[in-house]
Design a protein around this ligand. Structure first.
Ligand SMILES: [Zn+2]
Ligand SMILES: [Zn+2]
Length: 228
């Protein structure tokens, strides 16, 4: 174990880590939540799909086949977890989520990449949450983390309709062809999949830049309203 890892473990033992859900209680064992929030975390991970009845991680519905995900975004607990990742990502919290997300990614990839955060947000919060998650997933899959996309847009996606999102993609992101050519089979990580427009758009941009396959994995996905 490196000196850095030893110091990190010592700090974790000595300093109480605040719960990622209530932000007050101290975390228990190896879980990033306090004893009062353990059930809430267990329940959100087990929440069934309204069509096939499986938890999000095991949902086999046709419209989800192209993307792996861990949680249903429609739940208040999921929104707290995504908010934590965006605004207050701590190492053990990211690692807890990456452990579970990486276990769902069983394809053949040359590298792990991510949908970059808007430059303004990155400056404001000091980090790129999708990159943090992608880095932790890459480590677990023993793959390199590749920076393949750059984000130019300053418009927040949630204010755009599905068709506006689709149209805005080519102006928002551009790919680095030399990175893509060296790693043609990519795993693309993002935080949330709402309409799927961002993942579809980024996959198309990566394929235009030379990617052979682009598989996607996100922390949370919005449940479909219609039966697949
Ligand atoms: Zn708590
Ligand atoms: Zn399902």
């Amino acid at each position: 174990m490196s000196v850095k890892a030893k110091l990190y473990n010592l700090r974790r033992t000595l300093l109480p880590r605040p719960c990622m859900l209530c932000r007050r209680g101290a975390c228990i064992h190896s879980v990033p939540v306090c004893k009062d929030c353990v059930e809430e975390l267990r329940a959100v991970l087990k929440e069934p799909c309204r069509f096939c009845g499986s938890p999000a991680a095991e949902c086999t519905c046709a419209h989800h086949r192209d993307v792996r995900f861990l949680l249903w975004y429609d739940l208040p607990t999921t929104k707290k977890i995504v908010g934590m990742l965006k605004y207050d990502a701590k190492k053990e919290r990211v690692e807890f989520l990456a452990d579970r997300l990486a276990a769902l990614c069983n394809g053949r990839y040359d590298g792990v990449t991510y949908v970059p955060r808007r430059p303004k947000e990155k400056r404001l919060y000091g980090y790129d949450h999708a990159r943090l998650l992608a880095e932790a997933v890459a480590k677990r899959l023993d793959l390199p983390l590749i920076c393949t996309l750059e984000c130019h847009s300053h418009i927040e996606q949630k204010f755009l309709s599905a068709s506006q999102r689709e149209k805005s993609m080519h102006g928002r992101y551009h790919a680095f062809p030399e990175a893509v050519e060296a790693y043609p089979h990519l795993l693309l990580i993002d935080d949330v999949c709402t309409t799927g427009a961002t993942l579809r758009g980024c996959s198309a941009i990566l394929r235009e830049a030379g990617a052979k396959t682009v598989s996607a994995a996100v922390l949370a996905k919005v449940q479909a309203n219609k039966k697949p």
